[in-house]
Design a protein. Structure first.
Length: 128
C-alpha cells in the first residue's frame, strides 16, 4: 500500500522527527504555522490520525491532559512521567520486558501492548 504524503503530513513527520520531545496537536500546529501559514488545526488532527493509522507515528497519554505524538520507533520503549513537572523519561524495553514476562507467566496471557507509561516523581521534584 502506498501512503499519500501531503505537504501537511510530510511537515508533521519532519517536525516529529526533529523534536526531542513528545508533541501535542497544538504544539505541532504552532511549530508549523510559520512554514505552512494556511495549515489549520483540523488538518493537523486529520493528518495525525492518518499517520497513526498507517503506523508512522504513535499516540500516547502522558497525563498532560491531551494526547502526545512521536515518530514510531522500531525498538519498543516505554515512558516514566513525572506527575509533578510532567517531564517524560524514556525507559528502554530491556528494563520493562521482565515485567511483561512475569505477567504472562503468572496470568497465563500474552501481553500485546507496545507502550507502557509509568507515573512517578522525578529526582528534581522529589527533592522539593
Amino acid at each position: 500500500m502506498t501512503v499519500r504524503m501531503t505537504s501537511a503530513r510530510k511537515a508533521i513527520l519532519e517536525e516529529l522527527e526533529s523534536s526531542k520531545a513528545h508533541l501535542t496537536i497544538n504544539q505541532i500546529h504552532e511549530r508549523l504555522s510559520g512554514r505552512l501559514p494556511s495549515l489549520n488545526v483540523s488538518t493537523v488532527y486529520r493528518s495525525l490520525d492518518f499517520l497513526s493509522q498507517n503506523g508512522l507515528i504513535s499516540i500516547s497519554d502522558m497525563g498532560v491532559g491531551t494526547p502526545v505524538y512521536e515518530i514510531m520507533k522500531e525498538e519498543t520503549h516505554h515512558h516514566l512521567v513525572c506527575s509533578s513537572c510532567k517531564q517524560v523519561i524514556e525507559l528502554e524495553n530491556d528494563l520493562v520486558a521482565p515485567f511483561f514476562e512475569q505477567i504472562e507467566k503468572e496470568k497465563k496471557t500474552k501481553v500485546i501492548t507496545n507502550h507502557l507509561v509509568v507515573f512517578g516523581i522525578c529526582l528534581e521534584c522529589k527533592e522539593y
